[in-house]
Design a protein around this ligand. Structure first.
Ligand SMILES: Nc1ncnc2c1ncn2[C@@H]1O[C@H](COP(=O)(O)OP(=O)(O)O)[C@@H](O)[C@H]1O
Ligand SMILES: [Mg+2]
Length: 265
């Protein structure tokens, strides 16, 4: 399922003294099955953009199209996992919490159980081990994975997550990134992740959109990361800078030290 923003602007508290233009004339498109990162400093508009994508907010102007070609989607379109997973839980067991929207939607108990089993499995949680646990007593990593599962039960084609890495240790971050990558690769989901830590996912995602002050400042295509591509090209031309050169500064330092060695010889 693809997501297309055309000249989207969003203004909080429009026509009041508190008016705030949080998203300014953004046009972008995310392809079906793509893994995209939204990055930028606090306040640049990431959360607002995700809420627009999920239909939680409507654009002040411009248009947002969520489409899957000619196919009509029977189930949910964009599922948003909010920044604070504890706010996503209302009930006192994982089972009650994850099944609530399904039961309200008239899904049968049998179908509910099978959807919970597969949604929890997708985030590496065993249904029987977790069904009666209270969401409140889970670790932060488990809470975040359960929050992903609470969106997966709705079977959205696009999964959007707000700051899923915040407050996790390195291991927890790696786990979340791997889960999202798996959902993209194995379940064919489109994944959108807002994070201030874009370096942590740059090797895994397809593209990164950098927001600045509500506008789209830059787009980076991961498969064409400029520095590693340049390093490869130089190597082919006979100038080998060695492994692990990821940024311009490191490339510069290695070239300088090669020059120095050449002079010493
Ligand atoms: N509910 C709100 N009411 C008014 N202004 C808001 C609201 N939510 C966010 N903003 C403002 O909109 C801008 C973008 O915020 P946000 O989308 O939360 O950015 P980010 O997620 O990148 O930190 C900020 O200036 C923020 O203060
Ligand atoms: Mg935010």
């Amino acid at each position: 399922m693809s997501v297309i923003f055309e000249d989207v602007t969003y203004i909080y508290n429009k026509d009041t003294p508190m008016e705030k233009r949080a998203i300014k004339d953004i046009s972008l498109s995310i392809s079906d099955g793509e893994f995209v990162v939204l990055s930028g400093k606090a306040g640049c508009g990431k959360s607002t953009l995700l809420q627009l994508m999920g239909g939680i907010l409507g654009p002040t102007s411009g248009s947002i199209t969520i489409s899957s070609g000619a196919k009509i989607e029977a189930r949910g379109g964009v599922g948003v996992v909010f920044q604070f997973p504890e706010r996503q839980f209302f009930e006192n067991s994982i089972y009650a919490d994850l099944s609530f929207p399904l039961r309200r939607g008239g899904v049968s108990e049998e179908e509910i159980e099978s959807r919970l089993i597969s949604a929890l499995k997708a985030v590496d949680m065993d249904f029987h081990a977790y069904r009666d646990r209270s969401p409140m007593e889970l670790s932060s990593g488990e809470k975040r994975r359960a929050a992903i599962a609470s969106v997966l039960v709705l079977d959205p084609q696009v999964i959007a997550m707000d700051e899923p890495l915040a407050g996790l240790d390195q291991k927890g971050k790696r786990e979340i990134i791997q889960e999202l990558k798996r959902l993209q690769k194995e379940a064919g989901k489109t994944v959108v992740m807002a994070t201030q830590e874009s370096e942590a996912v740059s090797g895994v995602c397809d593209r990164t959109f950098y927001l600045e002050n509500g506008g789209l400042a830059a787009t980076e295509n991961s498969s064409l990361l400029p520095i590693p591509s340049l390093v490869n090209l130089l190597k082919k031309k006979g100038l080998d800078l060695g492994e692990g050169v990821m940024d311009a500064e490191e490339a510069f330092l290695r070239i300088r030290s090669m020059e120095k060695k050449a002079h010493e010889m």
